[in-house]
Ligand binder design. Structure first.
Ligand SMILES: C[S@@+](CC[C@H](N)C(=O)[O-])C[C@H]1O[C@@H](n2cnc3c(N)ncnc32)[C@H](O)[C@@H]1O
Length: 351
């Protein structure tokens, strides 16, 4: 016997999910066409006002606004026939300084939808889906999404939480950012600590090309370098600080990576592992944030590690005790969680 009320409840929830999936391209479009920015500046608007300001087709804008109002992104005043983007929504969707770049996260979701066939092949064990195999636009979107969080918290909260690291960076330290992608984290640090030198490494050549371009554009190419290298073969010794930003769980042999870092570290150096937040058990992660992380993990992180030697696919929801174990195996004497936020954890490893 099936419970009809439960069927209806499930169906209702799934309709909400479908509405979200079909609205995702419209959120990205709202950003790309400048509709959110215009609404944030203009206050209550009619479709005609918004279409005129953004140089878009009024009839399409009217339909877009109706979708946005039904989804609770904008409000609708039927008396005035006007739509408003509330300040709180504008902060998330139309403020370049926002610590959460949701639009880039939506864009990432749309771009990985193209990976379905490759992912099915990975599930069947026919061919791996490596980090290099995603849509070429995916990497920029991923960089923008992560960078918003780093800009908000890295220099203000995370570096000061690492023992003695801020003072070293101010005096002049040698830093490696491993799995740096397009290098936003490296450049944020380089801007904040001009006496230090920074090396970014990643095995994805197109990301390194983009990172070099960003360093040159930012006028920092003299003390920030980016090179193609893997987590186990990048050059350099006596680093004061080696960081992994949302990267160590993506590699096939994280213990070998940590052991390489241990050998490349100065005797009193620090390794910082920046990871998505996660509970100690699967049950603790069964919530909306965990759901999102597990989706990313299934599509991106686990396939990335399975495509590499080692194939120790941690996924992005790694319990703290597992990181502690890996750190010990790689020869670190000290391990502690330095910071936890709703979305991130930062672990500090010392020889
Ligand atoms: C989720 S991305 C994070 C990128 C960047 N650190 C950030 O925070 O935006 C993971 C990065 O790890 C890199 N990566 C994965 N496996 C690697 C390996 N074995 N050696 C070097 N880089 C690797 C990928 O190329 C990718 O740039």
């Amino acid at each position: 016997m099936i419970d009809e009320a439960k069927v209806n409840d499930f169906l209702g929830r799934m309709v909400g999910e479908l509405g979200a999936v079909w609205s995702a391209p419209l959120i990205v479009l709202g950003h790309d066409l400048g509709l959110y920015t215009a609404m944030a500046e203009m206050g209550p608007v009619t479709p005609a006002d918004l279409a005129k300001r953004t140089g878009t087709e009024e009839r399409l804008v009217a339909e877009w606004l109706a979708n946005q109002a039904a989804g609770g992104i904008v409000t609708y005043d039927p008396t005035a026939g006007r739509f408003t983007l509330p300040a709180e929504q504008a902060f998330i969707l139309a403020d370049p300084g926002s610590p959460v770049d949701l639009v880039s996260a939506f864009r990432m979701g749309l771009l990985v939808a193209d990976d379905r066939q490759r992912l099915a092949r990975a599930f069947r064990g026919e061919a791996p889906l490596g980090w290099h195999d995603h849509h070429p636009d995916f990497y920029g979107a991923s960089d923008r999404f992560f960078a918003a969080g780093y800009r908000a918290a890295l220099v203000r909260d995370w570096i000061p939480a690492l023992e003695g690291v801020e003072a070293k960076l101010r005096r002049g330290a040698r830093v490696a950012d491993v799995g740096c992608g397009l290098g936003s984290s490296t450049l944020i640090l380089a801007r904040a600590y001009p006496a230090s030198t920074f090396r970014g490494f990643d095995f994805h050549a197109p990301s390194i090309t983009a990172a070099r371009r960003a360093a040159a554009t930012g006028g920092m190419a003299d003390r920030v370098t980016f090179d193609v290298a893997s987590v186990t073969d990048y050059p350099g010794r006596d680093y004061d600080l080696i960081l992994y930003f949302d990267a160590l769980h993506d590699v096939g042999d994280p213990t070998a990576a940590l052991a390489h870092a241990r050998a490349a570290l100065a005797p009193d150096g620090t390794v910082a592992i920046i990871e998505p937040n996660a509970g100690e058990t699967l049950e603790e992660n069964l919530n909306p944030v965990g759901r999102l992380f597990y989706a990313g993990s299934t599509i991106l992180c686990v396939p990335s590690a399975l495509a590499q030697e080692g194939r120790l696919a941690l996924g992005n929801q790694v319990p703290e005790r597992r990181w502690r174990e890996l750190a010990t195996q790689a020869g670190y004497a000290r391990f502690r969680r330095a910071v936890a936020t709703p979305f991130n954890r930062i672990f500090e490893l010392r020889p």
